[in-house]
Design a protein around this ligand. Structure first.
Ligand SMILES: [Zn+2]
Length: 306
């Protein structure tokens, strides 16, 4: 299973530490002028979603498929990087949505996916006619739904439009692994196992998804854990909290197996370099927060990547 690290402009440059770094960037996580050429080193592969999750959760109107496609191409600029782009899906985040509103969200998700296919066709035609170099872009449709029947319906429609890659959205607010598995299996029953799952923060959930044969997941867990002063280890999986920090013992998402003021494990990650590196425990200094995130990234990827 591929691990895409979700990146925003204040996060560490994970690709400087990992030549095989897969990265997810939302147009909403970077400024409107930001492009990939700002990186001194490109990630290994990239996924550009539409940012729809951020628009909906901030009660903002969604941009059009054309506007988002333009933004995605702007971000890619002149870079020849294998990239997956996503259409503007309509996540159903509010629990108060009526059945009509939910069905409308699914229909809009399908219509937008259809429009991206047309935009892509024009784009590759443009490349053929004007000999302009086109980016190595693949599209990935996002399945939305509120129950098994609606999820299957959406997946079937997206298959008919001609998509062969699929992502499942609206999972970030689902903490119940059984519900997540049910939804994933519903999509798999229509499209097979070539599926990406968006916004998964729990390591246990990632592990379950790997067992289901999922192609890839993305997560911002490395930096989020670092912000919550959590240090992760793989083999065996261990969560260490920094003693004396504002580590929230009551936060079930970020709870530690133990609290420490000094580390005792040598770590093979690119920032610890086979040593016991107590620098990643230092609080309140951005440099060490970023190093902690890279350390966490290394271990999460090791735990779930093939
Ligand atoms: Zn380390």
């Amino acid at each position: 299973m591929d691990f895409y690290v979700s990146w925003s402009h204040s996060d560490p440059f994970y690709q400087m530490y990992d030549g095989q770094c897969s990265m997810l960037i939302s147009p909403t996580s970077v400024t409107s002028v930001w492009k990939l050429t700002r990186f001194s080193k490109l990630p290994y592969q990239l996924m550009l979603d539409s940012g729809s999750y951020s628009y909906i959760s901030n009660n903002l109107p969604l941009p059009t498929p054309r506007e988002v496609f333009k933004r995605q191409l702007h971000i890619l600029d002149d870079c020849d990087l294998p990239t997956i782009i996503c259409p503007v899906d309509v996540p159903m985040l509010q629990k108060t949505l009526s059945l009509t509103e939910r069905n409308r969200a699914i229909d809009k998700t399908i219509a937008n996916a259809c429009e991206l296919k047309i935009l892509m066709k024009d784009y590759s035609q443009l490349g053929k006619n004007s000999k302009v170099r086109c980016h190595p872009i693949e599209t990935m449709a996002i399945v939305q739904g509120y129950d098994i029947a609606s999820i299957r319906y959406c997946a079937r429609q997206l298959t008919e439009i001609g998509y062969s890659r699929f992502g499942i959205g609206s999972m970030a607010h689902l903490y119940d692994i059984k519900e997540i598995k049910k939804r994933v299996e519903a999509v798999q029953s229509v499209v097979g196992s070539k599926i990406h799952i968006f916004g998964i923060s729990g390591i246990e959930v990632m592990e379950e998804l790997r067992k289901l044969g999922i192609t890839s997941v993305d997560s911002a867990r490395p930096i989020k854990a670092a912000i919550y002063n959590e240090i992760l280890y793989s083999e065996p999986y261990l969560r260490v909290g920094i003693a004396g920090s504002r580590f929230r013992a009551d936060n079930s998402k970020f709870s530690a197996d133990r609290m420490v003021s000094e580390l005792s494990l040598e770590c093979p990650c690119p920032v610890c370099k086979n040593e016991i590196n107590n620098d990643i425990l230092k609080l309140g200094i951005r440099k060490y927060l970023l190093l902690r995130a890279v350390h966490n990234y290394y271990h999460i990827k090791k735990m779930i990547a093939d």
